[in-house]
Structures are given as C-alpha cells and as structure tokens.
Design a protein around this ligand. Sequence first.
Ligand code: HEC
Length: 123
Amino acid sequence: MRRWGPLLAAALAISGVAQIPPAAALTPDDGRSLAQQYCSACHRVARSQPAPAPVTTESGEEYAAPSFRRIAARDDLTAAQLRDKVLRPHYPMREQLFIPEELDAILAYIVSLRATTGAAADW
Ligand code: HEC
C-alpha cells in the first residue's frame, strides 16, 4: 500500500487539476476582442477598424480578406461551416491556433454581426 501512496497522490493531484471548472463561457464580446487579436491583421473584424492591408501571396499577388461583416452576411453559411472554414482555411489564409472556446466565441461574434446589422454588408 505504501508503495502506491505517492502515485495515488499524483493521480489525485492530476484529477484535481482536471476538475477545475472551465472558465465562464466566453461571450460574443470576448470573441470580438479575440478576433482583434488573431484575425485583424488580415480581416476587418469590426466597423471601427480600418481595412487592413491585403495579404500578399507567395506568388506576390495581393488578396484582400473579406471583412467579418461580409463573412457574416453570407447567411448561407451555418456556424458549423464557418468553423470548418477557419479550421481548414483556404489559402492565403493560414491555419490559426487557439483553444476551442476561443473559436466558439469568435464564431458567436461573427454570427452576432448577422443578427444586429441586417442583411446588407455595409462594411
Ligand atoms: C494571414 C491572414 C489571415 C488571418 C490572420 C485570418 N484570415 Fe481568414 N481569411 C484570409 C483570406 C485571405 C481569406 C480569403 C480566402 C479565400 O478567398 O479563399 C480568408 C477567409 C476566411 C473565411 C472564409 C470566408 C468565406 O466566405 O469563405 C473565414 C470564415 C475566415 N477567414 C475567418 C477567419 C478568422 C475567424 C480568423 C481569426 C481567427 C482569420 N480568418 C484569420 C486571411 C486571413
């Protein structure tokens, strides 16, 4: 029994870590801040942001990423399809690294642009 003591303690410590409740659910507002952090180098993520410079591809072409408002206006895209587009991006967008909750919040923010600004993409 004594032999297992430290192991058991370690296992309890590890499961204790796993039991820490997840951070409070992130809101679309958090998603906006996260998008400003991760996506705004290429995408205009909010009306207040000036349009960023176009992305230059390896062959030297310039490619303007659609604004989040324009992405939101594509209401043929479900949240799941949007997620897929972010997780398996089409060149010249690159793979993005973040934790799943952050992506949920960013997608919620994009979808919120749909709800609050009507159908027409005005930025
Ligand atoms: C390095 C520049 C870059 C970054 C950073 C970037 N994107 Fe993109 N993204 C692009 C470009 C360029 C396209 C357009 C690709 C195309 O037209 O095929 C795109 C396309 C998309 C699309 C698909 C739009 C459509 O109509 O098909 C979504 C959704 C998207 N980006 C979301 C995001 C999100 C969310 C982030 C941040 C987590 C992000 N992007 C970060 C450059 C970027």
